[in-house]
Design a protein around this ligand. Sequence first.
Ligand code: EPU
Length: 425
Amino acid sequence: MCKFVISGGQALKGELTVSGSKNAALPIIAAAILAEGPCTIENIPDIADVQSMLDILRKLGADIDELGNNTIRIDAAKVASHEATFDLVSTLRGSYYLIGAFLARFGRAIVSLPGGCKLGTRPIDQHLKGFQALGVDVEEAYGKVTANAVSEDGLLRANNIYLDVVSVGATINLMLAACKAVGQTVIENCAREPHVVDVANFLNSMGAKIRGAGTDIIKITGVPRLHGVEMYSIIPDQIEAGTYMIAAAATGGDVTIRNIIPRHQESLTAKLQEMNIGVEEGEDWIRIYDSGKVSVANVKTLPYPGFPTDMQPQITVLLSQADGTSKITESVTDFRFQYTEELKRMGADITVNGKMAMVSGPKCLKGTIVRTPDLRGGAALVIAALMAEGDTVIQDVQIIDRGYDNIVGKLRHVGARIERVEDDN
Ligand code: EPU
């Protein structure tokens, strides 16, 4: 167990660089199971979730070389098992991508059900419905998914799939499963997140035929084999970038964030401008600077290109400094407001009612002891601590390490007073 000790009140100033995208890296590592040769991938973030996914592949028999400079080579030729047991996958929700990858490679999969952040019920019925449409017999029971292609040749059969819910996980999992299916699969009502496009690009660089990623209709023409990849570079992490943009704004700082795709940040950039925060952008950087008083704003989370649910906790912290009341509506996950209880202990004025929160400000936040409820809730507490008066202790920060590469080093680089301490309790 680890904690952060943060002394607030310091305006962040300088430059920091964003790492590769967690939610692209996890399925891309799983996708490497489909290649008949080695895949070299760069801009891999050094985070706990990625290490967990690499460990799973190693235990399945893959050779993984860490080549330095955030680059890895995965050779999955020796993977012979289509089974990922609970001890392998328990902490990692992204491990459900192994179902799609195993189905495409072996025509069968046994994968224990995922862990990850507690954000409500988070069913995977759309993944399972899609696999069934591709000619797979699926059973979800006793905490695991067992899936078997019904055809004698073990290959999946293309089909038309309409997703009832816009789901990043289902869209990517079905792309994985369908890329070696016989015929053309059409998935409608797809998620359009940048990481969906990144996974499609990676699979296409292996020889897959996927068109339309980034729109709500994706067409996949199955191919018999997929080859290795000489070099693929993962996109920058949209949510890590957004978290530092808000940290800069919340501390009244002036920070230039590099290795960023400004188009991916548009919903956040527009909201920050509406809130009177200074934003300047170039080809691969965004500068955030304080332009005065934070204005109130209403925020509603939506699938991309809407405002990301993964940025909802962080923007709520910033809105606690606005003069007046802002409304935050969560419409992607079932429940994502646990962090508000911790924020209230720091002095924030927040009322949660179902999927809506009202935050009134400006409130002076004060340092105290708080606990990380989930990954992005933890990031929000870090931002709150950076702007609070006095010292804040944030417990259970190993949850934050799941998704933020070197958060302590990066924040210290722009002037934050943050330390990681081993927690004896
Ligand atoms: N849903 C269903 N059925 C399904 C799939 C989804 O009802 O079969 C509903 C659930 O209510 C779920 C919502 O749709 O909460 C969104 O699901 P989606 O599949 O889009 O999300 P996910 O795969 O559970 C991924 C990210 C999350 C991120 C969401 C939304 C990974 C490993 N996780 O989760 O990331 O919040 O997409 O963008 O990629 C995080 O990084 O902190 C994180 C939680």
